[in-house]
Design a protein around this ligand. Structure first.
Ligand code: SAM
Length: 333
C-alpha cells in the first residue's frame, strides 16, 4: 500500500493525507511547518491564534509518530518558542534524542536577546530500536590562512583526517541567502541540512516523509541520496516547482559506494562508518599533523562520479596509494 505513494509529491492538506499512510511504515519523518509568523505563503494563512496553532501542530505531530517505524526518527524544525510546546507533547509519545541548535541569525523579535538559532527536535519512535549513524563534517578553518580554526595542541596527530563528529550545535550550514539559489518560496531550507539528517537516520531505499514539502528540499535530498520520499503540500504551485526540480535530479550524491552530502563541490557530511571506504578518494598527508595547514583534497577524477560520468578505478594512479595513512588510530572527535 505504501508503494502507491512512494516518490510522489501529493497536493493536499497534510492532516488528511497523513491518514492514508499506514502505521509504522516510514523510516524518517521530517516537518518544517509554517511558523505562524505571518509569512506570505501562496495559499496558506500563517497567523492562527496560539491555541489554534498548537492544537493543529499536535495533530500532525502525533500522526508523524504513528506512521514512523519503531526504528525510525522524527525531526521537527521550528523556532524555539514553538519547539518548547512540541517537546512537551512529543515527550509523551516518543523518545527525546536531541535538540539540534542550527546556528542561523533570525529577524529581531523583541527587546531581549537576539534569536540566533533555529531548533530541530530529534525524537526516536523508540530509543531501543533507533537506526542512527554517526556523521562527520570537515574541520573548520580560518578563512584566509586556511589553518585549523581550533587549537588541538599536542593532539593534532590524532585528528580524524576528514573532520570531527557532528554535535548537536550546527554552525557550518548557512541559510540560503542569494535569490539565485532559491525558489519562489519564503522559507526554503538548504539541501545539505536535509541531507545531513537523512544520512544520520536512514539507509539507501528507506522512506522519508515530509508533510510540509514547500519547494521540495526533503524530496530532493532524499532522491540525491538514493532514498524514497513521500511529501505533501497544500499549495499546487509548490508541488509543481518540486516536481520540475525532481525531474532534473539524479541519485548520485555518492563517492565510490558511500552516500555523502555535497555543498557546491565540497563534501560537507559523511558517515563515520564509511570513512574506511572513502579515504581512498582523498589526498591525505602522510603526517596527519599537516592537516593543520592544508585540507585533505578529493582527487579531481572523483567529481566525475558526482556528475554521473563514467568512472573507473584505472583513473587513479597507483602512486596515490602511497599517500594514504592506513594505520588504525583513535581519532579526536
Ligand atoms: C515552512 S514551509 C516548508 C519549506 C520546506 N521545508 C522547503 O525547504 O521548501 C511550510 C509549507 O507548508 C505548506 N502548508 C501549510 N499548511 C499546510 C497544510 N495544512 N497541509 C500541507 N501543507 C501545508 C505551505 O504551503 C508551505 O509550503
Amino acid at each position: 500500500m505504501i508503494e502507491n505513494y512512494k516518490n510522489k509529491i501529493i497536493q493536499g492538506d497534510s492532516l488528511e493525507l497523513l491518514k492514508i499512510i499506514p502505521d509504522n511504515s516510514i523510516d524518517m519523518s521530517f516537518a518544517d511547518p509554517p511558523f505562524n509568523l505571518k509569512k506570505e505563503y501562496n495559499t496558506y494563512k500563517d497567523s492562527l491564534q496560539v491555541q489554534e496553532y498548537l492544537q493543529w501542530c499536535e495533530k500532525w505531530l502525533s500522526e508523524m509518530v504513528r506512521v514512523t517505524k519503531p526504528s525510525g526518527s522524527i525531526f521537527v524544525h521550528n523556532i524555539p518558542k514553538w519547539l518548547t510546546y512540541f517537546s512537551t507533547f512529543l515527550n509523551k509519545i516518543a523518545d527525546f534524542k536531541h535538540w539540534i541548535s542550527w546556528d542561523a541569525p533570525t529577524a529581531p523579535m523583541g527587546k531581549t536577546l537576539q534569536p540566533s538559532h533555529y531548533g530541530i527536535l530529534f525524537y526516536a519512535k523508540n530509543s531501543k530500536n533507533l537506526k542512527f549513524y554517526e556523521i562527520r563534517y570537515p574541520h573548520k578553518r580560518e578563512r584566509k590562512s586556511k589553518y585549523l580554526a581550533k587549537d588541538y595542541g599536542g593532539k593534532k596527530g590524532l585528528l580524524h583526517p576528514f573532520g570531527p563528529l557532528v554535535s548537536d550545535v550546527w554552525t557550518d550550514i548557512h541559510r540560503i541567502k542569494h535569490n539565485k539559489y532559491r525558489d519562489e518560496h519564503p522559507c526554503q531550507l538548504p539541501l545539505h541540512l536535509l541531507e545531513r539528517l537523512i544520512l544520520m537516520s536512514t539507509d539507501e531505499n528507506d522512506i522519508v516523509l515530509d508533510p510540509f514539502n514547500g519547494t521540495g528540499t526533503t524530496a530532493l535530498a532524499a532522491k540525491r541520496l538514493g532514498r524514497n520520499y513521500i511529501c505533501f503540500d497544500i499549495d499546487i504551485d509548490y508541488v509543481k516547482i518540486t516536481e520540475n526540480k525532481l525531474l532534473q535530479e539524479v541519485a548520485n550524491s555518492k563517492i565510490g559506494s558511500s552516500w555523502v552530502s555535497f555543498y557546491l563541490d565540497n563534501i560537507v557530511t559523511i558517515r563515520d562508518k564509511d570513512w574506511n571506504d572513502l579515504k581512498q578518494y582523498f589526498y591525505i598527508p602522510q603526517k596527519i599533523e599537516e592537516i593543520d595547514k592544508q585540507s585533505i583534497i578529493l582527487f579531481e577524477n572523483v567529481n566525475l562520479i558526482r556528475s554521473n560520468k563514467e568512472f573507473s578505478e584505472n583513473n587513479y594512479s597507483s602512486n596515490f596509494n602511497n599517500l594514504f595513512e592506513t594505520k588504525e588510530i583513535n581519532f579526536v572527535d
